[in-house]
Design a protein around this ligand. Structure first.
Ligand SMILES: NC(=O)c1ccc[n+]([C@@H]2O[C@H](COP(=O)([O-])OP(=O)(O)OC[C@H]3O[C@@H](n4cnc5c(N)ncnc54)[C@H](O)[C@@H]3O)[C@@H](O)[C@H]2O)c1
Length: 335
């Protein structure tokens, strides 16, 4: 197994997740970790046995023998960090969402092409057993077509203020909606065609968010796909501390229902009340994601989720925000 030198940019929650995941890949050597917070960088270095820790991204990337960078920084920094790496000939696995704007996302894709390196997006849910099984069921016609895939959730104002900000993280419609748009694209094997949304900002003026300009945090978004399938996302990140609303994820079609239960189980409900249960589905998505990226780099093969996949999801997020602001449905260009 050829050696791969790894640099992880950001030592927050996802940086630590990537470090742990990279440790499971044979031949991967953790060369450097960077975080603006020196204590976090140092703690990550010690816990994951990384070669060196740095507070400057460029300094970390300048260490000898780096082949791959995991970009695990707040979203507004994705383009800068990814381009720093790619311009050094380093392949990039960038956490979702791709970027805050289409211009930034397109520039990242162009830089990867220009530098001859791979750019992959951290759409880790593609590696969940539930996503793969739901795709098989829908594609085999188990529910009939079209289907409606719903995701409903409501949580407290997020504990990382940057993620709620219009310019730093984009609130839930940028930050987390991309996971579901990606899942819909995978499961339907189709592209989004039309987006309608309504929303509001519960967290305006919240004392938990000093100095933050919160993006819309509460919305219902309906996405129609070219296949006729529909994705519905109804969520809030603006609930008061100490409260939450039950989550629900399901698919409905003329021949039945698929219900998600936890992160490892699916129940298919068929006509007449018959049920089929899929249990103990794989949820170990991050080790699988980095292993797949290592394989793509070593074998010069395709990545599991590309910059273009990130852009497709970002287009829907931005269209949803625009639909909320204008009160109009948005048609999406068919790529
Ligand atoms: N794949 C998933 O399911 C998933 C889950 C959570 C977050 N994410 C994404 O991962 C990214 C990181 O999120 P997180 O939850 O790890 O955030 P986090 O706030 O926990 O970590 C971000 C880290 O970046 C550091 N940082 C900030 N500015 C920096 C700079 N200029 N230079 C160096 N370090 C800097 C911070 O000190 C912090 O340690 C975001 O894009 C987020 O949307 C993905």
């Amino acid at each position: 197994m050829s050696r791969l030198g790894i640099c992880v940019l950001g030592a927050g929650d996802m940086g630590r997740t990537h470090l742990g995941a990279w440790q499971t890949v044979p031949g991967a050597e953790l060369v450097a970790v960077a975080d603006i917070d020196p204590e976090r960088a140092e703690a990550a270095k010690n816990e994951f046995n990384v070669g060196g820790c740095f507070t400057e991204l460029a300094e970390a990337l300048d260490q000898p023998g780096i082949d791959i960078a995991s970009v695990c920084l707040p979203t507004h920094l994705h383009r800068t960090a990814a381009e720093l790496a790619m311009r050094r000939g380093v392949h990039v696995l960038c956490e979702k969402p791709l970027a805050m704007t289409l211009d930034d996302g397109e520039a990242m894709i162009a830089t990867a092409r220009e530098c001859g390196v791979k750019l992959a997006l951290g759409f880790c849910k593609r590696f969940m057993g539930q996503t793969q099984r739901v795709r098989e069921l829908v594609q085999s016609g188990a529910l009939g077509r079209p289907v409606m895939y719903r995701v409903v959730s409501g949580v407290e104002i997020r504990f990382k203020p940057w993620i709620m900000d219009k310019h730093l993280g984009g609130g839930p419609l940028i930050d987390v909606a991309c996971h579901y748009v990606d899942q819909w694209r995978v499961v339907f094997d189709s592209e989004p065609a039309r987006v309608m949304a309504m929303g509001t900002t519960f967290s305006t003026g919240a004392p938990e968010l000093p100095g933050i300009d919160p993006e819309i945090d509460t919305a219902s978004v309906l996405v129609e796909f070219a296949s006729g399938d529909m994705g519905l996302l109804s969520l809030s990140w603006g609930l008061p501390r100490g409260t939450r609303s039950p989550s629900q994820e399901d698919l409905m079609g003329r021949h039945g229902v698929i219900r998600f239960e936890g992160s490892t189980k699916l129940t298919v409900m068929k006509p007449g009340g018959e049920q089929q249960v899929f249990d103990e589905l794989d949820r170990d998505m991050h080790p699988k994601q980095v292993a797949a990226f290592a394989r793509a780099v070593r074998e010069n093969g395709p990545v599991a989720a590309s910059g273009e996949d990130g852009l497709a999801a970002l287009r829907v997020s931005l269209a949803a925000l625009e639909s909320i602001r204008t009160g109009q449905a948005r048609q999406l260009p068919q790529q």
